[in-house]
Design a protein around this ligand. Structure first.
Ligand SMILES: *[C@@H]1O[C@H](CO)[C@@H](O)[C@H](O)[C@H]1NC(C)=O
Ligand SMILES: *[C@@H]1O[C@H](CO)[C@@H](O)[C@H](O)[C@H]1NC(C)=O
Ligand SMILES: *[C@@H]1O[C@H](CO)[C@@H](O)[C@H](O)[C@H]1NC(C)=O
Length: 650
């Protein structure tokens, strides 16, 4: 009886627990519904009316490309094969299923018909100021949470993006003289190839609409959307249907992950326009951006051109015009940068409308003749996911008979990201791509790269990239060598000497640490510091025959002094170098002597000092760093150059 009673009590308690859980679930459901509604109503820009997805009138133009070759496998990298597309396969069977089971929407995606587009999204475009206000006024706690989630997911504030019209107009940023420019009547046709992988709905569609809204119909052959195996639900059936209603937009899907280069190559193979315009999937075009690009390519089919890339802020979606002149460069770690070059402007007042040659182009937006793209060898199919494919293309275009320019009367804004929304499945992918560039194109200069990226060096020691095909291409095209590229196309790049025992990490005996330069401030330089030796090549420096100690991946920061502090400052463009920048390394004593003052470099570690004063004992944080001191034989004045990678000739 008591036993039975206990069992019954347990059962009762279980029942209660279940009921509570059920109740909780119901409350959660109701709450989330409420909050969702709240969110939609709270928007400045009222969301589109919820329209049930319609039956697809005719099968949308859609291709699924299956390619069994996998460059990732060739390199022995294990890219987990991703499975999807089950939903997409439904697209080939137009059915009423869609109406009953609309795909789950994580966000309130805007599903529109072309006819109704204007009323829904284009009611008004938010201006700069309005956007800013929208951001600041509407931030409740919940909103902030959502924004944080969105930033985490995409690397930008997708919640703000959703509130902005898909048809917003960018404020005019072109030089007034650009508006007077005349372009030829018969420009070549363009296919705009937009590759995407798990792009947010609003940014992807704003890119597409921005092209449709700004490119003249007579030059726009098509917009080709290429889905690089996206996983997110909104990019499947919903997108296919949306695209099927847009005139001149085609959607291609790949059934395996291609990466940026492979995806663009695939798009190029399906494109019909005379000129290919590769565009990232989060861009907005300035009025009149296409014609100046087409004009340049039409004049010379071996020219590869880019607009000025303006910036959309990842947090506020504000538009920031980039200052002209600007050009694309890369450093000895094979990282790409846009470099603004105001001194160019002074020399030539015509600069405002004149295209400027550039050693490299970023991948954001680029126009290239379709046949030239094919004949110069598309993108390197051995490149994984993304990274340096644009540097590879840049060196190849220049070396194999083409050229590159930034065209100032063309402007396209590109969304900056706080961080990348997805990560490499393998941390070394970027290095592996860089190794391909170094080994294919840089000849003996590749050693300069490997010394500044020791991870790449160690990977290269244990495996070789298969670049057989690329070397064959290089031979058959009769491409010039890297020495030609450096001396003709990019003479501004400092070529390190990396002499044996006068280059490497600068190791201090007294502190057991390495000298380091402030990398955050770009070209400005700043106080030198003493930090743990990284071993990555990031602290590599080079004492050259001029007596300069050069730092940074471009070698453009020079060891300098400011009072008794040792600092880094921009190296002078002209020789001979100033005597305050000259240093001597005395091998026997390990001293680094400042030539002008004959003082020695001493390392001081940052530390707290206990100091007694009338007010009592207090901590005094002494700033660490490098200082000029009378020469002694103290270990803090003893240095040697640690070579992580064998120097030239060794
Ligand atoms: C845009 O410009 C403003 C002022 O010129 C600057 O403070 C801001 O950092 C810029 N934003 C971006 C994303 O570059
Ligand atoms: C390198 O790639 C080519 C084709 O691209 C192939 O024929 C060759 O067998 C590969 N070599 C190695 C060592 O895998
Ligand atoms: C302690 O700090 C004061 C000012 O904050 C500074 O003038 C002084 O030089 C410091 N002393 C040491 C030993 O660093």
């Amino acid at each position: 009886m008591r036993l039975w009673g206990r069992a019954a009590a347990v059962r009762r308690r279980m029942l209660c627990l279940w009921l509570m859980l059920l109740g909780l679930a119901l409350v959660m459901l109701a709450l989330s519904d409420l909050l969702n509604r709240d969110r939609e109503n709270g928007y400045q820009n009222p969301g589109p009316p919820r329209r049930p997805l319609q039956r697809i009138p005719s099968p949308p133009e859609l291709e699924v490309i299956v390619d069994s070759r996998d460059p990732a496998l060739e390199l022995g990298v294990d890219l987990t094969p991703l499975k999807s597309l089950q939903e997409d396969q439904l697209l080939f069977v137009p059915s009423t299923q869609d109406t009953k089971n609309p795909p789950q929407r994580k966000q309130n995606y805007k599903v529109l018909l072309p006819g109704s587009v204007k009323d829904i999204t284009g009611a008004r475009s938010l201006t700069h100021g309005e956007m800013g206000r929208a951001v600041h006024l509407n931030l409740g706690g919940f909103q902030r949470d959502m924004e944080q989630t969105a930033v985490h997911k995409y690397g930008f504030n997708e919640v703000v993006s959703e509130r902005i019209s898909l048809h917003r107009k960018l404020p005019e940023a072109r030089h007034p003289e650009c508006l007077e420019e005349q372009y030829s009547e018969s420009l070549p046709s363009a296919s705009v190839v937009i590759c995407f992988h798990d792009e947010a709905w609003s940014t992807l569609l704003r890119t597409v609409h921005s092209v449709l809204d700004t490119a003249p119909k007579q030059y726009l052959q098509e917009v080709l959307l290429v889905d690089d195996l996206s996983q997110q639900g909104h990019l499947k059936t919903v997108l296919s249907e949306y695209v099927s209603h847009l005139d001149g937009v085609r959607l291609i899907r790949s059934t395996r992950r291609l990466g940026v280069g492979g995806c663009r190559t695939l798009g190029a193979a399906r494109a019909a326009g005379e000129v290919l315009v590769f565009m990232d999937s989060h861009c907005e075009c300035q009025k009149g951006w296409l014609e100046p690009l087409l004009e340049r390519v039409a004049q010379d089919r071996t020219k590869v051109v880019s607009p000025i890339m303006d910036v959309i802020d990842w947090q506020t979606f504000q538009y920031n015009a980039t200052q002209w002149p600007v050009r694309g460069v890369f450093d000895w770690r094979l990282d790409f940068h846009w470099e603004s070059n105001p001194q160019l402007q002074d020399k030539n007042p015509e600069m405002a409308v004149q295209p400027v040659q550039t050693p490299a182009l970023g991948g954001g937006v680029m126009a290239i003749d379709r046949h030239f793209f094919q004949s110069v060898g598309v993108y390197d199919p051995g490149m994984l996911l993304w990274g340096v494919e644009q540097i590879e293309l840049s060196i190849r275009v220049w070396s194999c008979g083409g050229s590159m320019e930034v065209v100032p009367c063309s402007r396209v804004a590109h969304l900056s990201r706080r961080h990348l929304p997805y990560h490499f499945p393998d941390q070394d992918l970027l290095q592996r791509n860089k190794i391909r560039v170094a080994d294919t194109w840089m000849d003996a200069y590749r050693k300069i790269f490997y010394r500044r990226d020791t991870l790449a060096h160690f990977i290269r020691q244990s495996e070789s990239p298969n670049i057989t095909e690329r070397l064959r291409l290089k031979r058959s095209l009769g491409c010039r060598n890297f020495h030609w590229f450096l001396s003709t196309v990019y003479p501004q790049l400092y070529i390190p000497q990396d002499r044996s025992s006068l280059s490497g990490e600068l190791y201090n005996v007294g502190t057991g640490s390495c000298a380091d330069y402030p990398s955050g401030q770009g070209l400005q330089g700043g106080a030198m510091s003493i930090t743990p030796c990284s071993g990555t090549g990031s602290q590599h420096c080079d004492l050259n025959s001029e007596g300069e100690v050069r730092w940074g991946p471009m070698g453009d920061l020079c060891l300098d002094i400011k009072g008794d502090r040792v600092v880094s400052s921009p190296c002078p463009a002209h020789r001979p170098t100033s005597s305050t920048l000259q240093w001597k390394f005395i091998k026997l004593s390990g001293q680094i002597v400042h030539q002008q003052s004959q003082l020695c470099v001493e390392a001081v570690k940052e530390r707290g000092l206990l100091q007694s004063s009338p007010q009592g004992i207090r901590m005094n944080l002494s700033k660490g760093g490098l200082f000029l001191r009378q020469c002694t034989h103290h270990p803090r004045q003893q240095w040697h150059f640690e070579q992580l990678v064998a120097p030239k000739g060794a």
